[in-house]
Design a protein around this ligand. Structure first.
Ligand code: ADP
Ligand code: MG
Length: 593
């Protein structure tokens, strides 16, 4: 056979391995979760490809994961019948850093070190393949990809800077497809090589893997065997006399080894919501989306009728890590399944509008073709209907948070995702009715706690027709604006729009429950207290003064008018009815420089 070739790890990999071994030593058992999740990913990939290439499944048996232990020698084998790896893939995947889980882990590690927080948190991250070195000092990966006609063996040792790859030569280890990972456990970790220990960990960590996981374990069944009767003993009491009439038997336990199904493979979204508790939903969320905090809310539903699908949606408790831009179209937030087969999590607005990309979830439909492509998704009427229903359900879920008895929940939501909803006012006219009740603003009568538009409406004066707002860059400067004077005097509440996006969002809404939004900094603000007689009088008296001021200011102002909106300031600069507000001008200026 060709000799083994030696390769150096990418520098980051060595660093990562050090970090894992040094920070997760109290969480060693995560290795099993990581290896099972890789096996499950590999099976997902194969199942997906086999939809269009059924020949991939030929001769390879079922799609499952098998774990076999040898407790005497401290060895664990994790075998999957998934997609396997080619020689090049071994180098790319196990010699260089993987992007997904691992980079998140590094970031979290840094954050938690900065914050001095508990490293236990990190145990909940996807730390990947190398976590196997927590318990093993030698790892052998024997793998066969359908793309290659050869099977390869990768071997690595803990604390080494290189690994080897060679062709598989042991005929007993040849497999038609998939991957077999063998862990040679460290002296102190041999205890993991017990079927009972493995079973317990699988039940704990991998209950949401949708492929069967089997453990190789010793089983027993009881058997009645006939025995010879010892007459002296049997006649001691009546009980024995009765049994004497039957045949004399003895129960013995027959032992044998076999594969035992260890996990529940029914996906959680197919279960009856009544039988699933919050903890299950939260676990599923954390496992599926690589999150370490429970979600803020979840919603599990089935829709019937025109299009049938099942879904669980979640609102995260924290904004996505390390992403400052509010809408990242590539968030992989929705996982689409067709008839339980994972299809894709790579969407760009097809299933959820971009502004709702913070909502995470799984969607499983029986109505889409298994070989659904990007193009089909974009054109499909079914997908359009699904999208509509998902969006509605998402809003219901958010509304639920807003009605929670615990006001803090919604404050937290708003802090994290308020901007997204405001963006929705701009991008999604169709859902204005659903978004508007969820908005929150400070106001002249509530400078510390944000209020909803409904709270504003309740607080309106009987004669008040409109919703008043003023845009500014902070609550303090909004509360000091002279535009407010008259309204404060009349005890009219004014919304403070202090987030740059607020004003555009409100202008897109135009009205709420038939009340128009009115910018109090615009000219001709009508507070419904016009006195025509008196205005005429004042105009005559001060008309010349206005003309004089206009002459002096020239082009700097559009016009000079007598106003009834002030009570203590002598004059105020207002914006034209159709022009930009001062706040918008400031924003536009900020954008052009
Ligand atoms: P991640 O799973 O987050 O990508 P890992 O470190 O867990 O990172 O795994 C690295 C890569 O190695 C995987 O992305 C996959 O391509 C490959 N891999 C690991 N285990 C298997 C397996 N059992 N079958 C096929 N490929 C695997
Ligand atoms: Mg992984």
């Amino acid at each position: 056979a060709p000799p083994a070739e030696t390769y150096e790890y990418q520098a980051e990999v060595s660093r990562l391995m050090d970090l894992i071994v040094n920070s997760l030593y109290s969480n060693k058992e995560v290795f099993l979760r990581e290896l099972i999740s890789n096996a499950s990913d590999a099976l997902d990939k194969l199942r997906f490809l086999s939809v269009t290439q059924p020949e991939l499944l030929k001769g390879g048996g079922d799609l499952d994961i098998r774990i076999q232990t040898d407790k005497d020698n401290g060895i664990i084998n994790i075998i999957d019948s998934g997609i396997g790896m080619t020689r090049q893939e071994l180098i790319d995947c196990l010699g260089t850093i993987a992007q997904s889980g691992t980079s998140k882990f590094l970031k979290a590690l840094k954050d938690s070190k900065d914050a001095g927080s508990d490293t236990n948190l990190i145990g909940q991250f996807g730390v990947g393949f190398y976590s196997a070195f927590l318990v093993a000092d030698r790892i052998v990966v024997s793998t066969k990809s359908p793309k290659s006609d050869k099977q390869y063996v990768w071997q690595g040792e803990v604390n080494a800077s290189s690994y080897t790859i060679q062709e598989e030569t042991d005929p007993e280890k040849l497999i038609p497809r998939g991957t077999r990972i063998t862990l040679y456990l460290k002296r102190d970790d041999k205890g993991f090589a017990h079927p009972e220990r493995i079973e317990k960990l699988v039940k704990n960590y991998s209950q949401f893997v949708s492929f069967p996981i089997y453990t190789w374990k010793e089983k027993g069944f009881t058997k009645e065997v006939e025995v010879d009767e010892d007459p002296a003993e049997s006649k001691t009491d009546e009980q024995d006399e009765k049994t004497e009439k039957k045949k004399k038997t003895k129960t013995v336990v027959e032992k044998y080894w076999d594969w035992d199904l260890t996990n529940e493979t029914q996906p959680i979204w197919l279960r009856n919501p009544k039988e699933v508790n919050t903890e299950d939903y939260n676990e599923f969320y954390k496992k599926t989306f690589n999150e370490y905090l429970d979600p803020l809310a979840s919603s599990h539903f089935t829709t019937e009728g025109e299009v049938e699908f099942r879904s669980i949606l979640y609102v995260p408790a924290v904004p996505p890590m390390g992403k400052d831009d509010i809408v990242n179209p590539k968030t992989k937030n929705i996982r689409l399944y067709v008839k339980r087969v994972f299809i894709s999590d790579d969407f760009d607005g097809e299933l959820f509008p971009r502004y709702l990309s913070f909502v995470k979830g799984v969607v499983d439909s029986n109505d889409l073709p298994l070989n659904v492509s990007r193009e089909i998704l974009q054109e499909s009427r079914i997908v359009r209907i699904m999208r509509k229903r998902l969006v509605r359900k998402a809003f219901d879920m958010i509304l639920g948070i807003s009605m929670s008895e615990n006001r803090e929940d919604y404050e937290k939501f708003w802090e994290n995702f308020g901007k997204h909803l405001k963006l929705g006012c701009i991008e999604d006219r169709e859902n204005h009715k659903r978004i508007a009740p969820l908005l929150r603003f400070f106001s002249s009568q509530s400078e510390d706690v944000m209020i909803s538009l409904d709270e504003y409406l309740e607080n309106m004066k009987p004669e008040q027709k409109d919703i008043y707002y003023v845009a500014s860059d902070s609550v303090t400067s909004a509360s000091n604006t002279p535009f407010l004077e008259k309204l404060l005097e009349k005890d009219l509440e004014v919304l403070y729009l202090v987030d740059p996006i607020d004003e555009v969002a409100i202008q897109n809404l135009k009205s709420y429950k038939e009340k128009n939004f009115i910018d109090i900094s615009k000219e001709d603000l009508d507070l419904g207290d016009k006195n025509e007689e008196k205005e005429k009088e004042i105009k005559q008296e001060y008309g010349q003064t206005c003309d004089w001021i206009k002459k002096r200011l020239g082009d700097k102002v559009a016009s000079v008018q007598i106003s009834n909106r002030l009570s203590s300031s002598p004059c105020v600069l207002v914006s034209g009815k159709f022009g930009w507000s001062a706040n918008m001008e400031r924003l536009m200026k900020a954008q052009t420089v």
